[in-house]
Design a protein around this ligand. Structure first.
Ligand SMILES: CSC[C@H]1O[C@@H](n2cnc3c(O)ncnc32)[C@H](O)[C@@H]1O
Ligand SMILES: [Zn+2]
Length: 442
């Protein structure tokens, strides 16, 4: 290939690179060779300097880095709407865990993850962090969809359809790491469920293994006030203090939810480089509370954004999640300047990439990074006129304005059509699972 030959040149009316110190660009082009961005330059110059196999002119579009959903349980898409309007522990103990005990299997996780992948691609997510059972099925579905995923293998004290107990989960996790970690679009990690379901021994083992294998750890932490009260009554420690004592507060940990935080605990997170994953819609729907986003960011904690699973959110829409996060941060801090739109977009892209240890590869549009890109059409009456395209994306746009998505230079969505998954088939299969599941719970 000659020096000025590219595979793809994307010209866009606006480009938000999200790179450190980068500003919004107008009439620029992103140049892609193979799976990598090789140039970002004014459109007029790109026309002079680059020849390409494919050229797209996105004249009414904002081009952004692919959204990083930093916490979900993809296969739970098949449980969307199964149990609503309940608080966390009733939802989990009385509905979700019994349903998982009955239905979760390799084929369930494969089909549920495919359904979630279709939804995520159509909403502009290019990378998702998954925390669920049967990681091989998640890996297979992800690779087929063309998405990128960080797969956190489960760890709990009690048995599930996947494993008999901590030793078994850890063995299955290391097997999955061996099998999948060399796939360029996958990364692996450990997913101890929560402080109230994993005891000290297995947590220490997971940390040792994560250090040995250089992997991230994801855990639900401080999701509700009840979780903390129960822990204090049980062993005298708040869960975060216990994780600190065990050595888990490090840049390896993604602490999901964190709705209850003392100022001292925010300092621990900042000092140790622990990441927080904020899931505002799930927290609101389960009435769990909300994470003090403004305080966390002021303290210098890296915050990523996640949807949580579709059984508690009930969608995997990162554009909606950005809006919820922005409005909640302002409402809670009583500061209209808390979390401006550009900062929210950064959380939903580079913040997630940092938390997953992938910021050298994804999260911003820079030469040398992977070509994970999303085009959003702003020429709809709902997003007109455009003074500030990023504000329009966060405060006014909807996910169906995502028109095109690329991961590692490969198109997964073209003019709203899925290219790697059959939409009608996904709907059909979801309906079949619903009939089975609903049929038995009557
Ligand atoms: C081993 S992780 C999968 C496990 O987590 C459950 N889960 C889904 N959402 C939540 C949440 O918000 N808090 C706690 N646990 C959650 C899921 O149903 C699986 O059992
Ligand atoms: Zn979760």
């Amino acid at each position: 290939m000659s020096d000025n030959q590219a595979d793809l040149v994307l010209h866009a009316r606006w480009v938000a690179p999200v790179a450190p110190d980068a500003t919004l660009l107008e009439q620029h082009a992103v140049v892609v060779r193979g799976d990598t961005i090789v140039d970002l330059l004014p459109s007029a110059l790109a026309d002079q300097q680059w020849r390409a196999t494919e050229v797209r002119r996105l004249d009414q579009h904002l081009l952004i880095p692919g959204l990083v959903n930093a916490h979900t349980h993809a296969a739970m898409n098949l449980f969307r709407g199964l149990a609503d309007d309940l608080p966390l522990m009733t939802w989990l103990e009385k509905h979700i865990w019994p349903a998982e005990g009955r239905w979760v299997s390799d084929p369930f996780v494969y089909e549920g993850t495919r359904l979630a992948a279709g939804e995520m691609i159509r909403a502009g997510t290019t990378c998702f962090a998954d925390m669920y059972f049967f990681p091989d099925a998640v890996a297979k579905a992800t690779l087929e969809s063309g998405l990128r995923a960080a797969i956190f293998c489960p760890l709990m004290d009690f048995p599930t359809p996947m494993g008999s107990g901590p030793e078994d989960y850890l063995r299955l996790a290391t097997d999955a790491v061996d099998q999948w970690r060399h796939e360029p679009r996958l990364s692996l990690g450990f997913g101890p469920h929560a402080p109230y379901t994993v005891s000290d021994g297995p947590l220490e083992k997971a940390l040792t293994l994560a250090e040995e294998l250089d992997l991230q750890i994801m855990m639900h932490v401080h999701e509700t006030a009840g979780e903390i009260q129960q822990a204090v009554e049980h062993n005298g420690d708040r869960p975060l203090a216990r994780l600190r004592r065990l050595g888990l507060l490090t840049p390896r940990l993604l602490a999901v939810h964190m709705t209850q935080l003392l100022d001292e605990e925010i300092q621990w997170l900042a000092e140790t480089g622990t990441h927080v994953v904020h899931c505002p819609e799930s927290n609101l729907k389960l009435a769990s509370g909300f994470s003090p986003l403004y305080k966390l960011r002021q303290a210098g904690v890296n915050v990523a954004l996640g949807t949580d699973g579709a059984a508690s959110n009930n969608d995997l829409d990162m554009i909606g999640e950005m809006r919820a996060a922005a409005l909640l941060a302002k409402g809670v801090s009583l500061r209209a300047d808390a979390l401006p739109a550009a900062e929210i977009l950064e959380m939903a892209t580079l913040g997630g990439a940092r938390a997953l240890g992938l910021d050298d590869r994804i999260g911003s549009l820079q030469a040398g990074k992977q070509a994970d890109l999303v085009a959003v059409n702003l020429a709809r009456l709902e997003t007109q006129p455009v003074y500030d395209p990023v504000a329009q994306l966060v405060y006014a746009a909807s996910r169906d304005q995502v028109t095109d998505v690329w991961v590692a230079g490969r198109a997964l969505l073209k003019e709203r059509n899925l290219l790697t998954l059959n939409e009608a088939q996904l709907v059909h299969n979801a309906q079949q699972w619903q009939r089975k599941i609903a049929g038995e719970s009557q």
